[in-house]
Design a protein around this ligand. Structure first.
Ligand SMILES: Nc1ncnc2c1ncn2[C@@H]1O[C@H](COP(=O)(O)OP(=O)(O)OP(=O)(O)O)[C@@H](O)[C@H]1O
Ligand SMILES: Nc1ncnc2c1ncn2[C@@H]1O[C@H](COP(=O)(O)OP(=O)(O)OP(=O)(O)O)[C@@H](O)[C@H]1O
Ligand SMILES: [Mg+2]
Ligand SMILES: [Mg+2]
Lengths: 227, 227
């Protein structure tokens, strides 16, 4: 489903260079549940942005379902970003001037759904993450963990087949975090692919496979035996 | 050192009201190390903003070293915020148009230090959090955990006597997170007061006392026996 070959992402900053990805090759199949772990600054978010077609590499190839992404037309890329991938960003990326409900409806607008249908699905998604009653508030009226849950609801509302979750429980207490992980496990069981960046070893154990990144390189790629 | 009496923070939002703090009384002495835990949305950040004089309650009194905060002059409040308190915000609050170094220098400008001295102390603080070499970059060129570390360096550079840390290791891998906790333990051993909000039970164990918040009320206040 996803194949990355020899990918580099190098930032040139005056007289020093930052090698965010330094020769990464990776294959993720359909219906996998993969966690990506590694130290702060090691390249996890950069890798995820590449997988989600939000960034382009300095070098290397990226194939989705056999088609090379750099050869895709803009409308094909937009289709992938808006319909096939659900992205939970490390810093949420909510739109401050929209209400919580409008933020969650955004992917459904891209999907071309009618207003009533969008409103209904978005409300259901917010209920699922425990934010019923906060629909008409703005993001800056919510706590950190509540904002994270809006970002989660938005990523899942379109039922995408690939979920990219960058530290999805970072701002949540363990009970709420476990509810979110339960949602991701269900999405995986429904046949979808989940790629999860996390620092939390407990959270990482939800995945069947753990990829460890260090200084922009893949350090290890392990099958998780214990459950 | 810090005394809160019967504090309420109530947001009126049309026909529903949010009781962020719902009758909180609390006493924190000098040289304490306190952790504040509780579910997402329970009032932790709101309480910390009150302690740091960044917000005012709907009702209730707040005394710092015996003086009631609502009776203080603006310059006294500014003195507390800029010189006595170091604040690590849950969403970092870095200034996007300043470089990493300039962000860390900000508290030292308030302290009236000369340029060379500021530059030197800020560089030392960045080195301590492992960000040497990134001084002239902007926050959006850094990873999530690197941004958090800039926020930490900024909070500590002025050697304040009260550290308010809202999820200071949320975006950090366990090794980097432990380095930050070691810094906070040292600051506590030097005679300062540390108040730490965290969802991570392991991180909470660094404190001598754990206050548990639920729906804007203090649920329990425990002395931590194990180390
Ligand atoms: N400006 C505001 N207007 C309305 N409600 C607010 C506002 N700021 C905070 N709240 C609400 O007050 C409650 C407490 O918020 P607070 O940020 O203190 O929670 P928290 O315990 O820090 O949560 P988290 O662990 O998710 O960071 C939440 O329900 C939040 O939505
Ligand atoms: N626009 C940019 N310009 C320069 N360097 C960048 C830029 N974006 C990212 N980097 C650098 O690339 C490296 C990898 O960043 P990335 O965000 O992928 O790390 P990460 O593993 O997600 O870290 P964290 O766990 O802290 O979120 C870091 O050193 C970061 O500073
Ligand atoms: Mg990251
Ligand atoms: Mg908070």
């Amino acid at each position: 489903m996803i194949r990355i070959e020899n990918m580099y992402k190098i930032y040139n900053m005056g007289d020093n260079e930052v090698r965010a990805l330094d020769g990464v090759s990776l294959h993720i199949g359909a219906n996998e549940f993969v966690s990506i772990v590694g130290p702060s600054g090691s390249g996890k978010s950069t890798l995820m942005n590449m997988i989600g077609c939000l960034d382009t590499p300095t070098e290397g190839k990226y194939y989705i379902d056999g088609t090379e992404v750099s050869q895709m037309r803009d409308d094909q890329l937009a289709e992938i970003r808006n319909r096939k991938v659900g992205f939970i960003f490390q810093s949420y990326n909510l739109l401050g001037r929209l209400t919580v409900l409008e933020n969650v409806e955004l992917p459904l607008i891209y999907a071309g759904l009618a207003k009533n249908e969008r409103r209904h699905l978005a409300k259901e998604a917010l209920k699922k993450v425990g934010l019923e009653g906060r629909e008409h508030h703005r993001p800056n009226q919510l706590s950190g963990g509540q904002q994270q849950r809006v970002a989660i609801a938005r990523a899942l509302v379109n039922k995408p087949s690939l979920i990219l979750a960058d530290e999805p429980t970072g701002a949540l207490d363990s009970k709420t975090g476990e509810e979110i992980m339960q949602m991701l496990r269900e999405i995986h069981q429904e046949g979808n692919t989940v790629v999860l960046i996390t620092h939390d070893k407990e959270i990482a154990k939800n995945a069947k496979r753990m990829i460890s990144i260090h200084d922009g390189k893949i350090f290890s790629d392990c099958e998780v035996k214990y459950a």
